[in-house]
Design a binder for this molecule. Structure first.
Ligand code: NAG
Ligand code: NAG
Ligand code: NAG
Ligand code: NAG
Length: 518
């Protein structure tokens, strides 16, 4: 009896050990590279005049996501990536987190690296956080990352790593360092170009990593967000670009492309690549004020037009079942948490209700996307902080009152957009609505740039009309009614907006660094 029990428990132990090792072998390394403000027309494989040989080659051997969506702004996109939830469900539907605002992604949200850590991953983050830092509990190292090296705010100087920001309550503009090693201020990197600094850190993490343990590495590059700064050698190939900003921007893209090439080469050299899933994504559309382009799409960063939300993205991995393909299935940045969590064998039972879908079979095998609907956003407080010249056509309530759509229950003067299958509905003022000409070409060569006056409710068939030129709301009133009712339902589920006033205690003083103050 006793002997039998021992044999039995030994067998069970062996089974568990076996199971664990099989399980571990199946957990891929996951490397997520997020570019900042990288526009639709700024990647080589979208026929850009900018050369991105590494992105082109990697994506050509992987799966290019050509119906892939992100949020129109930095903090919201990162928020959805890390939580798998729409920003209306975290109270973060309005704008970005400014350096002195005392809030962060709600602490009760469980973030992607926490899920990874629970199933044995080593979790590392390099680069831009921008998910709030007013108190220590908000920092990446308290939210699931074993290590962190990067900056906490939204932008800064690429060489000095100094961020200047007005502090309204103190009537001053403060310039201070924003760079951290873990939770400590990192000095000694002055003069090192951010793209090289961050990619070298990513490389050193890969080099030190024990390949027997699964790796989750999140590299949130500063490139290619303003300010336009880049070492001369990256700009040299672009003398043919006459526009000064576009030329510098092109150089910044080249540096970023090289960084991605360096990171993947290291994964290969260290023997990790065969078990790696690499995701590359932008965080939002390109910023046309700072060299970016989303041609031929309408609008830009900070708008709900396709130029703001249709993102460059791809997956490269030897673990894909089909490679060298283009996916035209609907995929959104909130889908990464359930998708990567699934690959890691992580449980999502501890998260709040997810808005994202596991799209691994869609990417890997070409199956239809489980995502049929996508809420782009609902933001009743929206303002365009950089309206396009002469084009700020904010809709007045007067235009809306008496509008036949008022019966839907959704207030159509609210800035909002939703997509179902091929249909996209926009309400309120969607943001800068220009078709910016193709870089290096003048307006007349780039097709008509004049638009009909904006209406409070507009409907586009995005599959037929990705440039959003023909509003078909009058032809498809039933579709409009249905999409408005969906917006109405989403709005009922929204958390109150959290967008606090600046806290003057954020001031790092003349010699300090930006960081937690509360
Ligand atoms: C804010 O600072 C500026 C420049 O130092 C000064 O001219 C102005 O009077 C100040 N305003 C207030 C309200 O203190
Ligand atoms: C890529 O690696 C090469 C060779 O090590 C190095 O010279 C270059 O600076 C790296 N580029 C970036 C952007 O880190
Ligand atoms: C509709 O939304 C707009 C914009 O958010 C707001 O100014 C207005 O008060 C709202 N109207 C009603 C009736 O709630
Ligand atoms: C635009 O480009 C076309 C073709 O190169 C040229 O003929 C035209 O003069 C240009 N227009 C302007 C306003 O520069």
């Amino acid at each position: 009896m006793a002997a039998g029990q021992t044999r039995y428990s030994l067998a069970v132990t062996a089974l568990i050990v076996n199971f664990a090792s099989v399980f571990a072998a199946q957990q891929p390394h996951i490397v997520f590279i997020l570019a900042d403000d990288f526009g639709w027309y700024d990647v080589g494989y979208h026929s850009s005049e900018i050369r991105t040989p590494h992105l082109d080659r990697l994506s050509a051997g992987g799966v290019r996501l050509e119906n892939y969506y992100v949020q129109p702004l930095c903090s919201p996109s990162r928020n959805q990536l890390m939580t798998g939830r729409y920003q209306i469900h975290t109270g973060m539907q309005h704008q970005i987190i400014w350096p002195c605002q005392p809030y962060c992604v709600p602490l009760e949200e469980k973030l992607l690296p926490q899920l990874m850590k629970e199933v044995g991953y080593a979790t590392h983050m390099v680069g831009k956080w921008h998910l709030g830092m007013y108190k220590e509990d908000c920092l990446p190292t308290r939210r699931g990352f074993d290590t962190y090296f990067g900056y906490l705010t939204g932008s800064e100087d690429y060489y000095t790593h100094i961020r200047c920001s007005p502090i309204s309550a103190l009537n001053l503009t403060r310039c201070a360092l924003d760079l951290r090693e873990g939770e400590e201020v990192a000095t000694g990197y002055k003069g090192v170009y951010s793209t090289e600094l961050l990619s070298k850190r990513a490389i050193s993490i890969i080099e030190k990593h024990n390949p027997d343990k699964p790796l989750f590495l999140y590299v949130a590059l500063q490139a290619v967000h303003a300010p336009l700064q880049v070492p001369e050698r990256y700009v040299a190939p672009y003398t043919f670009i006459r526009d000064h900003d576009r030329r510098l921007y092109a150089g910044m893209v080249s540096a970023m492309d090289e960084a991605v090439g360096n990171i993947t080469r290291t994964l290969q050299q260290r023997g990790l690549w065969d078990d790696t899933v690499l995701v590359f994504s932008t965080d939002n559309g390109g910023q046309t004020l700072s060299g970016g382009s989303n041609w031929p799409l309408r609008g830009r960063k900070w708008s709900l037009w396709e130029g703001g939300v249709r993102g460059v993205g791809f997956v490269a991995s030897p673990l894909l079942k089909q490679t060298g393909t283009v996916s035209r299935e609907l995929i959104h940045i909130s889908d990464w948490l359930p998708t990567l969590g699934h690959l890691a064998g992580a449980s999502t039972t501890g998260t709040k209700p997810l808005d994202g879908f596991n799209v691994w079979d869609t990417i890997s095998k070409g199956f239809a996307s489980p995502r049929l609907e996508l809420l782009h956003n609902i933001d009743p407080l929206y303002i365009d902080i950089a309206p396009c010249p002469g084009r700020e056509r904010q809709l007045t309530l007067a235009q809306v009152v008496g509008d036949s759509w008022a019966k839907s229950g959704f207030n159509v003067s609210i800035h909002a957009a939703i997509r179902i299958l091929n249909w996209k509905l926009l309400t309120g003022y969607p943001g800068c609505d220009i078709w910016f000409p193709r870089p290096g070409h003048n307006g007349s060569e780039s097709g008509p740039s004049e638009a009909d006056p904006l209406k409070p409710v507009m409907l586009f068939d995005i599959e037929k009309d990705p440039e959003e030129r023909n509003d078909v709301s009058d032809q498809f009133p039933v579709v409009v009614d249905y999409l408005l009712s969906r917006l109405h339902q989403y709005q009922k589920s929204a958390s109150p907006i959290n967008f606090p006033d600046d806290d003057p205690r954020c001031d790092p003083g003349p010699t300090g660094a930006w960081g937690p103050w509360a």
